[in-house]
Write a protein that binds this ligand. Sequence first.
Ligand SMILES: O=C(O)/C=C/C(=O)CC(=O)CC(=O)O
Ligand code: CA
Ligand code: MG
Length: 407
Amino acid sequence: MPQQSPLDVPEGDPFGPHNLPYGVFSTAEDDRRRVGVRIGGFVLDAGAAATALGSPFADLLGRSSLNPLLGAGHTAWRDVRRALTAWVTDPGHRPTVEPHLVPLDEVTLHLPYEVADYVDFYASEHHATNVGRMFRPDGDALTPNWKHLPIGYHGRSGTIVVSGTDVVRPSGQRKAPTDPAPVFGPSVKLDIEAEVGFVVGTPSELGRPVALGDFEEHVFGLFLLNDWSARDIQAWEYVPLGPFLGKSFATSVSAWVTPLEALDAARVAPPARDFPLQPYLDDSGLDRPGGFDLHISVSINGQEVAQPPFATMYWTAAQQLAHMTVNGASLRTGDVFGSGTVSGPEVGQRGSLLELTWNGRDAIELTDGKRTFLEDGDTVTLTAWAPGPDGTRVGLGEVTGRIVGSR
Ligand SMILES: O=C(O)/C=C/C(=O)CC(=O)CC(=O)O
Ligand SMILES: [Ca+2]
Ligand SMILES: [Mg+2]
């Protein structure tokens, strides 16, 4: 019997050679940050393997962040992925590659890119309808612009943190409509938002919009994102300029970025459009559908509370990219944009506690007690998978964070 290699990834593993997400890691023995590629239960030190193999990509991969690879552009992304696929599948490369594999439980994962700007959207019709009903009960649930443009706001890029980072309960002002005056203190409505984030690789020129069809030229990959939200702070502060301190205290992202190429089999058409779209947003004539069939799971302290379906999002990431640049605003390597909370039509598909508990009215039952919003000590974890080639599943890794008391 030949000895089992870590590269003999069991069939059905969502981190097989069809996936190959990128991250940045260090180890207890070597605290240098290095580009890692996840394969099964291991992380390949991609720069070290490239050097050992005499690969022309040794320089691009031998860095402490993904930014040089992100900035290298679409053709380089494809060529590097082809090379990596060969390194982990071709038996001829194994003896050289295997010494550069580290077990997943021996690595520390870091924020894999330097975040440039951060934008967050509001693209789920179900989420926007639910929030509109709760926050603006006297008006229409969806604002008149909602089906004509992807609504978004600029977030705080400096507080994007990698999965596993504790989240300190924010303090701020709140005032319920029935309160006589605002009060200050730790948020009592701390919430999550299950989202998918996208990271830009190729920059664009100031003054030149990015067309819908150029999405793949600019966007490197996607990952899970939790847009922590203090609903009490948000509800009091957001009129008329939108979310501010209720969301800027922390946004958690997965340590693994899945390249778009790994998700070819997950492309799906977005829902039918209810209004004709401006030409720059009209995706009806594109050769590939703009949606992604991602199956998200949200759990609190290990117990699943929702399964938001990303395929139901009204606005696609390509439309969001086209919209955020249509005024000539340029893209930079490391720009991150969030999809907006992912909520499906069913109650169990809602991606926030605001919706799952209807703003605290209907508590959910966990084995350790009832929850309306998050308590100190709660750990929230998002995971997801997508269909891959030939019936495989592509794992999206996870984004997790624990709430600690206000300081
Ligand atoms: O409708 C509102 O006033 C509030 C919207 C949000 O919570 C903003 C947000 O982060 C959107 C989203 O994630 O979908
Ligand atoms: Ca959000
Ligand atoms: Mg946030």
